[in-house]
Design a protein around this ligand. Structure first.
Ligand code: HEC
Ligand code: HEC
Length: 294
């Protein structure tokens, strides 16, 4: 340490530091700077008292305001949920057929429904809803159980052939392996394969077998029956396949497609939203068109 001395020009004490003859003056800190400095200390103290600050082993001191980023995120989520709850409630109050007529609400339903679909439906119906063997394509206008908003909503709400919901859609095709001979089944396979080309469903030997065994469910015109979930056999759209093997298997042992019910799991609001989404995918049938088709 060199000795302190006064600078002869300004009369200010020096700090004793000197570089090449230039000495540092020991001026007091500017007042504004000092006040800012004390201000930051006060701010720090107040902050530590009010907010979470000192890290502990598993958490941090809480602060008397009880604020946390987690609680603040939860609050934001609750606010969004409350807004959604209002819209889901509005969806639930409408007649399903009216939802497409409310642009703002149906916009919300489509977004919410797409999210519900990705989470709950895509594992069976495919992420693009195009289906797979045994799982119907929801993009086309070929409906097993009907394609109006009302019918789609019902199908989703209660499911199909499940044991969890007493209101599930239900029907059962008999296993014709126990009823008809192998030859008769082979004749029916060929007959069913000829239907999409425009053969009369009741013509010939196959037609007689069809009339006696199949027309009660699939219809005299073989166009199916949405009340029974019996597929249209004339449209070349196959749920289980149109090859010899697939048709022989279907007619011999029958099929039993099961879909779970959703209303308990999702609530009526989300059921309406996902129904609106499915309806919008391209195959939705308006009430008027459905009435005209009957
Ligand atoms: C475990 C598989 C599975 C899941 C998950 C599933 N489905 Fe299905 N779904 C099926 C099967 C199988 C059928 C056809 C049943 C039949 O043969 O009649 C079906 C039929 C349908 C139909 C009727 C189609 C028609 O042509 O009438 C609709 C609509 C539908 N599902 C919508 C949904 C929606 C929406 C979800 C999600 C909330 C969903 N499904 C989840 C298996 C599933
Ligand atoms: C009691 C009503 C009923 C009768 C009778 C019936 N079916 Fe079916 N059939 C159904 C139902 C319901 C399905 C759909 C099963 C499913 O989705 O799991 C079906 C499905 C089919 C399919 C599958 C279609 C596809 O898209 O893959 C074929 C083919 C078929 N039936 C042919 C026949 C033939 C041929 C007969 C007569 C020998 C017959 N059915 C009699 C109700 C019936």
């Amino acid at each position: 340490m060199s000795e302190r001395r006064k600078d002869p020009v300004t009369g200010t004490e020096t700090t004793g530091h000197e570089w090449d003859g230039i000495e540092e003056l020991n001026n007091p800190l500017p007042r504004w700077w000092l006040w800012c400095f004390y201000g930051t200390i006060a701010w720090g103290l107040i902050y530590v008292i009010l907010f979470p600050a000192w890290p502990l082993i598993n958490s941090a001191t809480g602060g008397i305001l009880g604020w946390s980023t987690r609680a603040s995120v939860a609050e934001d989520i609750a606010a969004v949920d409350a807004q959604h709850a209002e819209r889901f409630a509005a969806l639930t109050e409408l007649d399903p057929a009216e939802i497409p007529g409310h642009p703002e609400l149906s916009g919300f339903a489509l977004n919410a429904g797409a999210a519900v679909f990705r989470t709950n439906c895509s594992q069976c119906h495919g992420s693009g809803a195009a289906g797979a063997k045994g799982y119907p394509n929801l993009l086309d206008d070929d409906w097993l159980w009907g394609g109006t908003m009302e019918e789609i909503t019902y199908t989703i709400r209660h499911g199909i052939r499940n044991e969890d919901d007493p209101d599930a859609r239900y029907s059962e095709m008999p296993a014709f392996g126990e009823i008809l001979s192998g030859d008769e089944i082979a004749t029916l396979v060929t007959h069913v394969q000829s239907l999409p080309e425009g053969t009369d469903p009741l013509a010939g030997e196959g037609g007689t077998l069809y009339d006696e065994n199949c027309s009660s469910c699939h219809g005299l015109d073989a166009k199916g029956d949405p009340a029974l979930g019996a597929p249209n056999l004339t449209d070349a759209i196959w749920l289980y396949g149109g090859s010899d093997d697939a048709l022989t298997e279907t007619i011999t042992n029958a099929r039993y497609g099961v879909m779970p019910p959703w209303v308990e799991r999702l609530g009526e609001g989300e059921v309406r939203a996902v129904a609106a989404y499915v309806y919008s995918l391209g195959g939705g049938v308006s009430e008027e068109a459905a009435a005209a088709g009957q």
